[in-house]
Write a protein that binds this ligand. Sequence first.
Ligand code: ARG
Ligand code: ZN
Length: 843
Amino acid sequence: QTIHLADYTPPAYWVEDVHLTFRLAPTATRVLSRIRFVPNSDAPGRFFLHGEGLTLISAKINGAPVSPAFVEDGLTCAVPDGPFTWEAEVEINPQANTALEGLYRSGGMYCTQCEAEGFRKITYYPDRPDVMAPFTVRVEGSDPVLLSNGNPVAQGDGWAEWHDPWRKPAYLFALVAGDLVAHRDSFTTRSGKDVDLAIWVRKGDLHKCAFGMDALKRSMDWDERVYGREYDLDVFNIVAVDDFNAGAMENKGLNVFNASAVLASPDTATDANFERIESIIAHEYFHNWTGNRITCRDWFQLCLKEGLTVFRDQQFSADERSAPVKRIDDVLALRARQFREDNGPLAHPVRPESFVEINNFYTATVYEKGAELIGMLKRLVGDENYARALDLYFDRHDGEACTIEDWIAVFEETTGRDLSQFKTWYSQAGTPRLDMTDSFADGTYTLTFRQHTPATPGQPDKAPMVIPIAVGLLSPNGSECVPTTLLEMTKAEQSFTFEGLEEKPVPSILRGFSAPVIVTRKSDNAERAFLLAHDTDPFNRWEAGRALAKDALVRMVKEGAAPDAAFIDALGQVLADDTLDPAFRALVLHLPGQDDLAQTLFDAGVTPDPIAIYAACDSMADAIATTLESQLASLFDAMQVPGTYSPDAEAAGKRALANAALSLLSRRDNGARAQVQFDGADNMTQQLAGLGALIKQGKGDEALQAFYEQWHDDRLVLDKWFGLQCSLAKPDEAANVAMTLTAHPDFEWKNPNRFRSVLGALASNAAGFHHPSGAGYTVMADWLIKLDPVNPQTTARMITVFETWRRYDADRQALIAAELDRIANTPDLSRDTAEMVSRIRGA
Ligand code: ARG
Ligand code: ZN
């Protein structure tokens, strides 16, 4: 059953307030509700409550027993005219809830995940985001810690009461109960309100909370300074849970986190883990305003909260760390996940117009492309107008459930600009291709751009978009003759001129990646090398190096060319430039990903062979290691960080560069340096980099054994142990490694992190997953079929590993099609997976 944006109708009843009582028991929890309903005189209609998998014990209206009728996904009932009170008691079984949606058990505790439509698995309720209400919750249970949203009201032996005064939709409801301990701190808002902060964990994890707490306080401070947003309750609680489908959830006053997204200590978490934790803590905290105080009218508007909140967390990380490095990382992720999605059968607009299962639309397009749209809007209107528009948004819509139209309107009113063409970015799927030609005559330089967006499922014809193109011009001597200028392209083809130039400049286009497009212009390697050496825009400097690397690798795959000496030379010059941030140099040193190369080849009309791509990357790495060996060796030494480990950006950048060098050098020293580093490491970043380099050299067996013995009691570290073996296995061994690991006694496949640590890592190993034997596809499909009845959300997410199947040769396509059919024909397939497999399979 497909839901359409165009069919939206307001609710027939509003909720004035909600009282819930939970009598917790693992297999038979009772949920008592008392809800005050008020008819919506603007949209009279049937009284309907969502409910799924609930056992109704009793129901009353205004105190008198009623017998509701069960319909579709809920119930309906005859109700009096005017306001009334609904009371119900239901029974649910948290212990049996393996889907991890609604109220469930994880590691002996109770926890909830209600976004998007999980609250209906807890009690009967209008489970839609435009119905907002204050909640009062009483939790009764034998656990020492009993938490819910809002402020604590009272507690006694075996019970606790919470009140959340801020009206909220049911998807922001949360409850946690368990034998937990708290890492506590406090924060005073700028208007002087004291807030008690706590991160709740199981006893053994208390030493892993300090960094997350620090990130939370920095986030609170940042949102006050940059967006003028203060926190609004007496307490802010975060809970770490082991079993969680997503990264984390912004429930009002009670954020619930996947343990991997909050817990970190130097010996168990890598620099990359610390950085990710910082950004997720910020993200969930920032939702308090962009998501909670102002929420979404319906789930088609998901990008209203997610795109904006991702944009805000990206701004935060850019401020806390290196802005250019953060931008490059974000674009790498956007290209790897969102461009991939946009180029395949799952392409959809940032604001989709229909869905079968909303959980399938928590995508890179809604989140990451959604964030890019905010960035473009800010670029187009300027920083001051952006700030004024946001103030107006918070002022006008506080306490409301809004739409993209509301969002666009505050920008139109603030600036007087007509943004109707800009809105196309929200409705049109696909990544625009941007071509450019240039000419020079009599001191005038002309840039001519052409845009074109390829067809996507259901959208054969595309309209031209507004594309903000940041451009700078460099003189042939290397100095900048025109600083960054924003061009606004609105037509299919458009020219821009620059006058008074002495000679033909070198263009630096799409600086800072000013729009989420693919530049198709063919520039030559001399120009790329020039920009890599001279561009003042750090993003485009990196981009030039990336273009050189891609060109060299594509020629190796397509023509059997040798590794390009000029590219390696240019790389050497960047590495030698000590004025450049080590983190930036590490990014330049990382070769383009193999999946990215496959898409590049496909776009160039070549059917990609993942094995040939793997071989080209391997021999390029050999050539770099051989040519630059002595330089890499001194860099490796120079970038060692002495003293106590700290996850700060500067130290992490040095380690990133040292470890990129280590990975290459291991090809020359047979893993000698890696072994030393592994043996002597006092932090996980160094230990894991040593282990990875050893595995790649085929010398990892002993280290893997030692690592297992050291860490088998730490679930998050054990995930790394599983993951590394799959992601670094040789192409012809990867499927076997994955199969063997799924038979390991520690492979707790019902835990999403553990499941992903093997199957997700297998898919990330492009040559191994796409090995011509098809064994990778089969092991993947076997496990998706096994997981689907247990956890539809994680299955439906994982099946996107097949979304690129149309890129490949007929043999691989036939193998994948057979696996997709096998999944599709599985009896009782979940709605989640059924929708995904049919979209991936296509017409
Ligand atoms: N709102 C959460 C966040 O972005 C993610 C919730 C994921 N839910 C889902 N059904 N996939 O922080
Ligand atoms: Zn979010």
